[in-house]
Design a protein around this ligand. Structure first.
Ligand code: P6P
Length: 322
């Protein structure tokens, strides 16, 4: 009977978030309304990706869907999208208390070959929703209220943290609902996988080169780590979250700030990693402590299992002492 009872006890993402929000007596359901609009956008993109729409159209389509869904939610006042050079300031009559930063379709260059891609987002509560300024989103990632991603792969998986751990939901196409399938995700303390674009090795700095060398030729006689690199951040991070290990996009001589964007790639993934018991480091500091100066700023990033990132931090600390 238990299985039968469970079958009808549908823990949808909306119900899950309502439960979580009920812990905040002052919450008026605004966050739940905001999130349900993000979820709506993800369902639309999931369908469009599976229809095999071509990449260029999908990039624009997904951005339009998220911008319109977020504005019509009446709960946002600033939007920052990877697709738009300028931030969007929502018209006064539709303004709400949240700022949302997002990459509507990260890794979209991989669409045509069927590799998993995803939407990544982060949510800040604004201080002044009447006359909001860019300062509301030039905040360290530790100030985010929530962050998550939706991965469009063999199944459509939504991973979310609202600051009380990480939970994963899988889209049930027959219901059109995201159902809780991965409650309370915790990343293994140490992993057996490293994930980096080895093609950039020529340009890496000392500590990164040393760390990758150790992954391949461990000094302590342990077995080498396996290399897994999909080249789609959501897919590489999702595997790291579930299996453990480390994902790195380091600085290199050509790109001193690395490639990944702070607001809508580095911060949301770092937020999730810390909430799952892992950590995220920029090569200089805790990633979530970084204060961005520009909405499309980049940063190097090392994120994943706590102990694996500790090793990177030790190598950079030793370098600083030289
Ligand atoms: P590279 C995809 O273009 C992306 O923004 C991330 O999704 C991914 O992690 C990274 O770039 C891959 O970059 O230089 O290894 O191809």
């Amino acid at each position: 009977h238990a299985a039968e009872a469970n079958r009808t006890d549908l823990m949808t993402i909306t119900r899950f978030v309502l439960n979580e929000q009920s812990k905040y007596p002052e919450s008026r359901g605004d966050f739940t309304i905001l999130l349900s609009n993000i979820v709506l956008g993800c369902k639309f993109v999931c369908t469009a990706v599976n229809k095999g729409e071509e990449q260029k159209k999908l990039d624009v389509l997904s951005n339009d869907v998220f911008v319109k869904a977020l504005i019509s939610s009446g709960r946002t006042c600033i939007l920052v999208s990877e697709e738009d050079e300028q931030a969007t300031f929502v018209e006064p009559s539709k303004r709400g208390r949240y700022a949302v930063v997002f990459d509507p379709l990260d890794g979209s260059s991989n669409i045509d070959c069927g590799v998993s891609i995803g939407t990544i987002f982060g949510i800040y509560m604004v201080k002044d929703s009447i006359e909001p300024t860019l300062d509301e989103v030039l905040q360290p990632g530790k100030n985010m209220l929530a962050a998550g991603y939706c991965m469009y792969g063999s199944s459509c998986t939504f991973v979310l943290s609202t600051g009380a751990g990480v939970n994963g939901f899988t889209l049930d196409p027959s219901l059109g609902e995201f159902i809780l399938t991965h409650p309370d995700i915790k990343i293994p303390k140490k992993g057996k996988i490293y994930s980096v674009n080895e093609g950039n090795a020529k340009n890496w700095d000392g500590p990164t080169a040393k760390y990758v060398e150790r992954c391949k030729f461990p000094k302590d006689g342990s077995s080498p780590k396996s290399l897994r690199y999909i080249g789609s951040m959501v897919a590489d991070v999702h595997r790291t979250l579930l299996y453990g290990g480390i994902f790195l996009y380091p600085a290199d001589k050509k790109s001193p700030n690395g490639k990944l964007r702070v607001l809508y790639e580095v911060f949301p993934m770092s937020f999730l990693m810390e909430q799952a018991g892992g950590q995220a480091f920029t090569g200089k500091q805790r990633a979530l402590d970084l204060v961005p100066n520009d909405i499309h700023e980049r940063s190097p990033i090392f994120l994943g299992s706590y102990e694996d990132v500790e090793e990177v931090k030790a190598l950079y600390a030793a370098e600083d002492k030289k």
